[in-house]
Design a protein around this ligand. Structure first.
Ligand code: DAH
Length: 341
């Protein structure tokens, strides 16, 4: 028995464990339940009682040596494997890379900007986090105007030294910033994001885009406003669209109008999109209110001007036949990939 143990000890210590295969063979030969070491344990029964404790001890040592050697070899092999380069599978298909493209909103905004630049308008921008002073007060909104309600406006902080901070509800405060900053003549457009606390649906979202226009000079009249809008609409929506100006009200313009174009989907016959009316509303506009000019240090006796403001997103939806405004803001690549450069 003792010889058998010594022989096994010898064999185990000389056994080379360099591969997974060696390790498995070693395990099957020595350490499994039907292996050689267990076999020797089985023979303990027939050893003389006086020798049993010593043999038992030797066998336990033998088992420990085999287990340790197996564990060390397994760990060593695992660490070598983990340092190797990952296996290269040359049969895998290649990864496709996609070229980015302009977002449909930016495409439409780009067209709008190009049309107005060709008419001599430059571009002005302002902050999306705005003071209520610019978003409302200086635009001649009375203190109790419903648009100031929490229902419509996302207020960020209230009651600061400079007034309430809010997410601008329209691009009109950029008009104010431009008038406070520059002396007339002024001819700018102000594109950008605006925010309203609206019920979210496929047709309205809490963020959307507007493009504002402002022209101040000597002797600017409503006829100038009309000519500009006509020219814009014919380039943007097609030279055959008709326009109509409906009297309206905005605190910052007087007189004010809303502008409709004949529905460019049905040609004015009436369809689901124009709700059978044949017309689509495209913007609000008017002559800049004397109070607004005065608020910004511009003398309304000397200067006059017009302003307009239009939504951008609806044009995007109609142009690209997208039926849910939320898709414009989710940045889902599956949507964006449908608008290649
Ligand atoms: N700010 C208005 C809105 O958000 C749109 C607008 C109407 C802008 C008339 C103007 C304007 O500059 O003259 O509904």
């Amino acid at each position: 028995m003792e010889n058998a143990i010594r022989n096994l000890q010898q064999e185990i210590s000389e056994y080379e464990l360099t591969s997974m295969k060696d390790i498995e063979a070693f395990r099957l030969r020595f350490t499994v339940r039907k292996g050689l070491i267990a076999g020797l344990f089985g023979q303990l029964k027939s050893v003389l009682p006086a020798d049993k404790p010593r043999m038992g001890q030797l066998l336990n040592q033998l088992r420990q040596t085999a287990d340790d050697k197996l564990a060390a070899a397994t760990a060593e092999l695992a660490s070598v494997e983990s340092k190797k380069e990952p296996a290269l599978d040359l049969t895998l298909p290649g990864r496709r890379s996609f070229i980015g493209s302009e977002h449909p909103v930016q495409k439409v905004l780009g067209e709008m900007k190009a049309i107005f630049s060709s008419m001599g308008f430059s571009i002005a921008t302002g902050p999306e986090l705005e003071l209520d002073h610019y978003n409302f007060d200086l635009l001649n909104f009375p203190p109790d105007h419903p648009a100031r309600d929490m229902q419509d406006t996302f207020f960020i902080t209230r009651g600061n030294a400079n007034g309430d901070v809010l997410l601008r509800t329209h691009t009109s405060p950029v008009q104010i910033r431009v008038m406070l900053d520059q002396k007339p003549p002024i001819r700018v457009i102000c594109p950008g994001k605006v925010y309203r606390n609206e019920a979210i649906s496929s047709r309205s979202y809490c963020v959307f885009h507007q493009l504002e226009g402002l022209y101040i000079d000597k002797g600017v009249s409503f006829a100038d406003l009309k000519a500009t809008i006509y020219s814009f609409a014919h380039q943007m929506f097609g030279s055959d669209v008709k326009l109509r100006f409906r009297p309206s009200f905005f605190p910052f313009t007087e007189p004010s109008a809303e502008v409709d174009v004949t529905c460019y989907l049905c040609g004015g016959k009436g369809c689901r999109v124009c709700k059978k009316s044949g017309w689509l509303e495209i913007m609000g506009c008017g002559m800049v209110h004397p109070n607004v000019m005065r608020n910004c240090g511009i003398d309304p006796e000397k200067w006059s001007g017009y302003a307009f403001g239009m939504g951008v997103d609806r044009t995007v939806l109609l142009r690209y036949k997208i039926d849910d405004i939320r898709l414009l803001f989710e940045n889902d690549v599956r949507m964006l990939q449908q608008f290649p450069a």
